[in-house]
Design a binder for this molecule. Sequence first.
Ligand code: MN
Length: 205
Amino acid sequence: MSTYTLPELPYDYAALEPHISGEILELHHDKHHAAYVKGANETLERIAEAREKGDFSSLVGLEKTLAFNVSGHVLHSLYWQNMSPDGGGRPEGELAEAINEHFGSFERFHAQMSAATTAVQGSGWGVLSYEPTSQRLIVEQVYDHHGNVGVGSVPLLAFDAWEHAYYLQYRNVRADFVKAMWEVVNWPDVAARYVAARAQHRSGD
Ligand code: MN
């Protein structure tokens, strides 16, 4: 039994054109995301084998591989939902108010999120997260899929800054891809995640 499964894309491969090409989306979902799902399931199996044998000599590497693949699966599953052919514009309601409160204005948040995504060294993500301990919105600059992240923060909006997310269309100009990302953001999805994250924290008080 597989613990992790590849979710269907909520739209056609070409649905986000011209901002993100169908070729990119097909490869990104069917090859890259699928590889993280496979890697997560295989790593769990290898850890189970180690438990059965009582041989944990490879555990350090396996734990790192598990974190990489599970986080890759989680962030890509979020990323597909964060985009929409009807996306773009600005958030409304509670999310818009929280962005103003915690970043000063939408423009300042936009600038920070763009900078975080554009300036990732190597492969990573720019992520808007809800940090439950402080009950704040923060931007995190994630390395690979799982580094440089605060424990417990809840990702709400993820911009993939790996070259596989843009190189076929935008070549080396990651900043142009980040500009295009803003045109496809599914704000109702991000807002619903914010409301759910806050409610979950309150119920856990
Ligand atoms: Mn990716």
